[in-house]
Design a binder for this molecule. Sequence first.
Ligand code: RIB
Length: 297
Amino acid sequence: MKILVFGSLNIDKVYTMPSLPMQGETLTCKRYEVHVGGKGLNQAVSLCKAGADVSMAGCVGTDGDLLVEFLRSTGVHTDKIQRTEGFTGHAVILVDGNGQNQMVMYPGANWEITPEYCDKILDEYEAGDLILLQYETTQVGYLLRKAHEKGMLVAWNPSAFVPAILDEPLECVDILLVNEYEGQCISGECAPEPMTAALLRRMNGGAVVLTLGGEGAVYADAGGMVRVPAFCVDAVDTTGAGDTFTGYFLHSLICGKTPEEALRTACAASAIVVTKPGAAETIPDRETVECFLRAHC
Ligand code: RIB
């Protein structure tokens, strides 16, 4: 199975402060860092750190070399990434003393993705290959349809949520990965059981994975539902926790682990990542995750 992550690449500008500013308030922050990021990049790195052979497609602008170099140094194949004129996407991220964040996104090159570019990339893939998508780039609906028509295994993390997601073809998705907020907005349900059931009804079979932050994670398919608790850690920065979860979960599943084992592995990986500032740079390798699991299970 070939694995393609088609998604966003961002430069993350991270400002750390004791508490997030209220409306009209000006705060001075003592720490400013630049990190590599973007949900697509983070998820590609997570899959790769978990042990997968991954290619990334997406667009960077003239200032995007650091993202491509980082991916390459991690082991992600970068030959499909397209360069455009203008700025690379970036995120302004405010992190508070509890590791919680607020974000402003400038999409930049992530919104330069065209159907022609998508077709060119998908030509290299066939039935049975895996594609993983998010919702920070243009052409996501087009990619969902085309990849499904080809018979690829389609995994979708519809994040960050915007109302346009409600018009996208959920029936083309095999594995849907959502957090509570995304799941609620898409399904109209609040509790995990009716939420996952409503989402599964809108998909053609397949599976739903629901992350619940400190409450753990849920997997549901036609055979039923399984839930695992979260690991208790002191969070420093939760940026990228969901992306880390997504990569580790998918890798575990395609390697033949049970959904429950895959959830546990993914929860462990994301528990580790929140204990350090940044996202992609702090995604742990498989050995570290296995060591954590041995110590905590
Ligand atoms: O999920 C975290 C990511 O969301 C950050 O790296 C930021 O770039 C935004 O895309």
